[in-house]
Design a protein around this ligand. Sequence first.
Ligand code: NAD
Ligand code: UDP
Length: 365
Amino acid sequence: MGGRALGDQMEDRGTDQDGRHVLVAGGAGFIGSHLVDALLARGARVVALDSFLTGRRDNLAHLAREPRFELVEADVTGPLPVLPRFDRIFNLACAASPPHYQADPMHTMMTSVVGTHHLLERAQADGARFLQASTSEVYGDPEVHPQTESYWGNVNPTGPRACYDEGKRSAETLVFDFERVHRLDVRVARIFNTYGPRMRADDGRVVSNVVCQALAGEPITVYGNGEQTRSFCYAADLVDGLMRLMDRETSPGGPVNLGNPREMTVAELVDLVTRMTCTRSAVVRRPLPVDDPQRRRPDITRARDLLGWAPQVPLEQGLEATIAWFAKEIRPPEPAAVPGLGRFVGSRPFQPTEPTVGDLARGPT
Ligand code: NAD
Ligand code: UDP
């Protein structure tokens, strides 16, 4: 399913990964599985390690007969299984969607802290280069706009998002301590909202929710007044940025923002998806989640300067691919294969009206 979904948009830049042995923790997830594909396409031997908390075997099913690929089931919070020696370690293991990471906040925190520590120790033992998938959430509800890497952030350390935000901040601390103390070769990518094929229909983030709701003709959920902003990056662009960051011969000496600087309100995103899917779905308002950041846009000057990287895929093009993928993924039955009229059969979109542990953390608007 979706085996080479992003292949056409991936620019083949070089062969730094040729023959290298690479570990991708979180490799069965949305971004991780695209990264695995990109690494294999460039000649690497890849092990994906995943607990399948939010990732799926389906994301990697097309690699079942790939001799340079291996899938290992393990939770990074526990001792790591016996693995070969690696040249490169990417740590993407962590649920990334607010309802998912808030469902078991203690495990989320431990994944970022204990899990990252396990992988760093592994990198140190192997002499491997290490890349940490950090997040724009380290900036919290930012008072500086757009967000530069030098901004220290505005995070509520005791709120429902803290398990993720503070977990990722602590992980960054560990990574840079390993650099200072053990001279480990490290890189930290602060990833801003990324979307694309292989997101789960029940992921709960705004792009997957809005697209799936629009395709199903179900009410489109807008949290709060919809005036909060995000900047959406297509997965192929993000994976290219992660590869460039890992490939760079010298350490960038600090974190690097990776994201698309095109900022828009949630209401504008909903309008765009509504037009692109020709849906008849109505918009329904839901309470704004506690501590929901009001504005977010990356300053990508460092990524441009250090990596020669900038996003290439316009939002409309990325959404087109994402909509097409979800239309197949949720498989509307015949004859209702018309956008906006289909019903879900297999997976279902995340329904914020259904009570979940994540919902309990949400307060009034
Ligand atoms: P995802 O949920 O699809 O992928 C996360 C993967 O990690 C899943 O396969 C999951 O099963 C695995 N995982 C979670 N906890 C684990 C554990 N304890 N042990 C082993 N595996 C575990 O999410 P994604 O969007 O692909 O995000 C990938 C990474 O990028 C995450 O670290 C996330 O924090 C980071 N990130 C993503 C975004 C985004 O917009 N997608 C933004 C900022 C940061
Ligand atoms: N959001 C929304 N409707 C949804 C899901 C999310 O309005 O069905 C809002 C959410 O409140 C936030 C923005 O969209 O303001 C982005 O949410 P997402 O969960 O995708 O990412 P994050 O908040 O982690 O940036």
